[in-house]
Design a protein around this ligand. Structure first.
Ligand SMILES: [Zn+2]
Length: 47
């Protein structure tokens, strides 16, 4: 299983995740109100 997580130290990592690490879908929803990113498909909260 490949993870598509890019880590960039100079930027907030909110928008650098390409796909969900659990289901690999790319429907990630950033929730700026809580500062979290969650997967719309499986509901995994990544941050
Ligand atoms: Zn997912």
């Amino acid at each position: 299983m490949k993870l598509h997580i890019k880590t960039q130290k100079n930027q907030p990592s909110l928008l650098t995740i390409d796909a969900c690490p659990a289901c690999n879908c790319k429907k990630l929803m950033p929730d700026y109100a809580t500062g979290e990113i969650y997967c719309r498909y499986c509901g995994l909260v990544i941050y």
